[in-house]
Design a protein. Structure first.
Length: 296
């Protein structure tokens, strides 16, 4: 049973076609999920406002204006809900990107095998577990000083490395990838009076453009981003996106001193189990865990 959770998970199926809803229901109930259904956006709204769902599976409704409102509601009120779109419709590039910005976890195009949808649900439940654990941890007063006023906080070094160790053990146990990005910053003395402003702007970028389940924290003079369930290729995509956002950030470009500081920033990336030796702390933790984990 995936994560020992499946029997407790509530799933909402949203599709106007009753025969498809019935097929989904049979499939998911055979896997012991608790399934509810909705035939319209309005009915779905009523249900998500009355209960929290682990997974929402929906058809794509481009012509229904309230469909976007439903996605926004789920993202703002239950960010841990895994939202899966299954559709036969063509989705253009702009709409495709917008759907993910609104919180969609995955899109599957019909036809597909039952195994495929179950695999995506299990993946979504792993993400949900990470998000719920992060939400619980964020209630504790263990955050970095400069980020206390931000909507999502940055963990201090001690706690960030504690979470890194936990996620690394989890990745090893379940044979899942885990990536780490380290943004190496110039010394505080070199940035001078702009340090707090520079750090806060940098933190805002990292917090805004990483996923809910990702963890941002302080390292040895660095800002680091822990990316659960992310392989080497996915890590490099995130690295490139964040690097571009930082280098083109208007507040940095307009300040001559900070614009110069950007040249001293550098990213390191490492992925377990592929190339974890790139970052010293990850390498050391892997070696530590290997030594202390009994061999099967």
């Amino acid at each position: 049973m995936e994560l020992g959770m499946k029997n407790q998970e509530r799933v909402l199926l949203l599709d106007p076609f009753k025969n498809l809803v019935d097929v989904y229901r049979l499939l998911l109930e055979s896997e012991k999920y608790f399934v509810e259904t909705a035939r319209s956006i309005e009915e779905a709204f009523q249900k998500v406002k009355a209960a929290r769902y682990a997974v929402v599976i929906t058809e794509f409704f481009p012509e229904v204006k309230d469909s976007e409102s439903l996605l926004v509601y789920l993202k703002n009120n239950t960010p841990e809900t895994y939202l899966l779109i299954v559709t036969y419709r063509e989705i253009d590039d702009k709409a495709y990107e917008q759907l993910f910005e609104l919180g969609v976890g995955d899109i599957i195009f019909k036809p597909y095998s039952p195994e495929k949808i179950l695999t995506h649900i299990k993946k979504g439940l792993r993400y949900r577990d990470l998000i719920l654990r992060n939400q619980k941890l964020e209630k504790q007063i263990i955050f970095d000083y400069f980020a206390l006023q931000m909507p999502k906080n940055i963990f201090n070094q001690q706690f960030f490395y504690k979470r890194l160790r936990q996620e690394l053990k989890r990745a090893k146990r379940h044979k899942h990838p885990l990536s780490l990005l380290a943004l190496q910053m110039p010394p505080k003395e070199k940035i001078g009076d702009f340090f707090e402003f520079f750090y806060e702007e940098l933190a805002q970028i990292l917090l805004k453009f990483t996923r809910e389940e990702d963890i941002v924290g302080r390292g040895n003079g660095d800002v680091e981003v822990l990316l659960p369930e992310t392989d080497k290729n996915g890590c490099l995509v995130v690295l490139q996106r964040l690097s571009n956002l930082i280098q083109t950030h208007q507040a940095f470009i307009e300040n001559a001193h900070l614009n110069q500081t950007l040249k001293d920033l550098s990213f390191q990336a490492a992925t377990y189990p592929d190339n974890f030796e790139n970052i010293e702390i990850l390498k050391n933790l892997v070696e530590e865990i290997e030594k202390t984990t009994p061999r099967s």
